[in-house]
Design a protein around this ligand. Structure first.
Ligand code: GDP
Ligand code: IMO
Ligand code: MG
Length: 441
């Protein structure tokens, strides 16, 4: 059974939650491999809307097991809140949720350090979600992080906590002039969390390996996106984890040789939250229009998302970095009323036109978009059940996008609901999950 990675191809919020929820009935396991509660993955089921932050988007399907891998950083308070709210809505967690022993914990001093660092960066601030995700990964790399397994060993947890609090308090007090933390308060709070989470904490890499041995199929759910990856994104305006396909292996312990394909999720336009370069950013009335029609406000922080046209340079870069086999294109409906639709096909930089995404952040910052412009279709795409139902001009737009990114599309999404999804003809998904045909048509 195939094991497939799902990643965002732009700067996040492409609709990964919707796509993972759609595919979850066709796999046995969904495993999150990166990020923390900086993510907000929305799943809409009829009148119900679920926003998942740390729990994989397969959780709404009772037959699907969900793994929080070692590459994820977990804020236990936020996770427990998410778990309680799902249980209240009759979602089954017991037997379906597994948390890696090696996942690092977000501690109360991490959001404090996140905020303090942002304030000090001034106009070079990243615009983080303020959840403490960056500082938690800093501790992981600095080898002072505290992991899920440590929660289950009070003596060891206290020892690691004392060391960290002493160090962080000094930094908070002396560098940032910020509030400090008490070991006892954190200890009491986190031991309560440990009581809650203990039944879910396990060796998930071993579990995944055994499940795959038994023929189970795993979907790896990415968080954030290619352009926010710590190595391949628009550094330093990125998140602090490996959000691209390679992260699926290190973030779960499933080796690359056991992964069979990669699916990218792209919006029909682009959005970005926070600071950093964004060559195809729109301005003025059109940006406001797209933001309003697409409800482009952060699912985690409520911040207005910056909006831009589809950037084929970014699209092709995502194909190359992730080895995408196919792309699910979302939010086509948001462009339904546009008189014209633009498409970024190159970057003009000091008289030259670049067609590959530049590695140099200074080049990206100066890059001017080169646009192709197509006539809008000015008709609803929402009710379409297959590609042939789409307005001809919308089909031409999709064909041009496919041609530019150089991989076939598998799904076209025209609304937040599960049934507002078109399965593309000869969709590469059918090779992996033949049963998708009956559920999506
Ligand atoms: P994620 O972080 O990639 O999972 O995406 P988010 O959930 O943060 O943002 C995507 C938003 O778009 C959510 O509110 C979805 O319900 C919504 N959405 C997903 N697909 C579509 C679509 O095709 N059309 C419209 N109008 N909304 C969509
Ligand atoms: P999903 O999974 C969009 C952005 C933040 C900021 C940068 C660093 O829902 O697509 P961080 O708090 O991670 O240190 O912030 O990354 N960011 C996201 N933008 N979607 C996300 O997740 C994001 N997670 C982080 O806005 O620019
Ligand atoms: Mg999101």
């Amino acid at each position: 059974m195939p094991n497939i990675v799902v990643v965002g191809t732009q700067w996040g919020d492409e609709g990964k939650g919707k796509v993972v929820d759609l595919l979850a009935p066709h796999v046995n396991v969904v495993a999150r491999f990166a990020g923390g509660n900086n993510a907000g993955h929305t799943v809409v089921v009829g009148r119900e809307k679920y926003v998942l932050h740390t729990i994989p988007s397969g959780i709404l399907h009772p037959g699907c097991r969900c793994v929080i891998g070692c590459g994820v950083v977990v804020d236990p308070g936020s996770l427990i809140e998410e778990m309680e709210s799902l249980v209240q809505r009759s979602v089954t967690l017991d037997g379906n949720l597994f948390i890696s022993k090696n996942a690092h914990l977000i501690m109360p001093y991490h959001p404090a350090l996140d905020r303090a660092s942002e304030a000090m960066l001034g106009k070079r601030r990243i615009g983080t979600t303020g959840k403490g995700v960056g500082p938690a990964y800093v501790d992981k790399a600095a080898r002072v992080g505290i992991r899920m397994a440590d929660l289950l060993n009070e003596g060891l947890f206290r020892e690691k906590l004392e060391l960290n609090v002493a160090q962080k308090n000094r930094v908070l007090r002396e560098i940032y002039d910020a509030q400090t933390f008490s070991v006892e308060e954190i200890l009491n709070q986190y031991l309560r969390y440990a009581g809650w989470l203990a039944p879910y904490i396990t060796d998930t890499a071993l579990l995944l390996s055994r499940w795959i041995d038994n023929g189970y199929s795993v979907l790896f759910e990415g968080a954030q996106a290619t352009m926010l990856d710590v190595d391949h994104g628009t550094y330093p305006y990125i998140t602090s984890s490996s959000t691209t396909a390679g992260g699926a292996s290190t973030g779960t312990g499933v080796p690359p040789t056991r992964i069979h394909g990669v699916l990218g999720v792209s919006k029909a336009y682009t959005t970005r939250v926070g600071g950093g370069p964004f060559p195809s950013e729109m301005s003025g009335a059109i940006a406001e229009e797209i933001r309003a029609r697409g409800h482009e406000y952060g699912a985690t922080t409520g911040r207005p998302r910056r909006c831009g046209w589809f950037d084929a340079i970014v699209g092709r870069y995502a194909v190359r970095i992730n080895g995408l086999d196919t792309v699910a294109l979302t939010k086509l409906d948001v462009l339904d009323q546009c008189e014209t639709v633009k498409l970024c096909v190159g970057y003009r930089y000091r008289g030259e036109v670049l067609t590959e995404f530049p590695e140099d952040e200074n080049v990206v910052a100066e890059a001017e978009p080169v646009y192709e412009e197509v006539e809008g279709w000015r008709a609803p795409t929402g009710g379409a059940k297959n590609e042939a139902d789409l307005p001809a001009k919308a089909r031409r737009y999709l064909e041009r996008l496919e041609e530019l990114v150089e991989v076939p599309f598998c799904l076209i999404s025209t609304g937040p609901q599960r049934d507002e999804t078109i399965l593309c003809e000869d969709s590469p998904l059918l090779r992996w999950f033949p049963s998708v045909r009956s559920s999506l048509t």
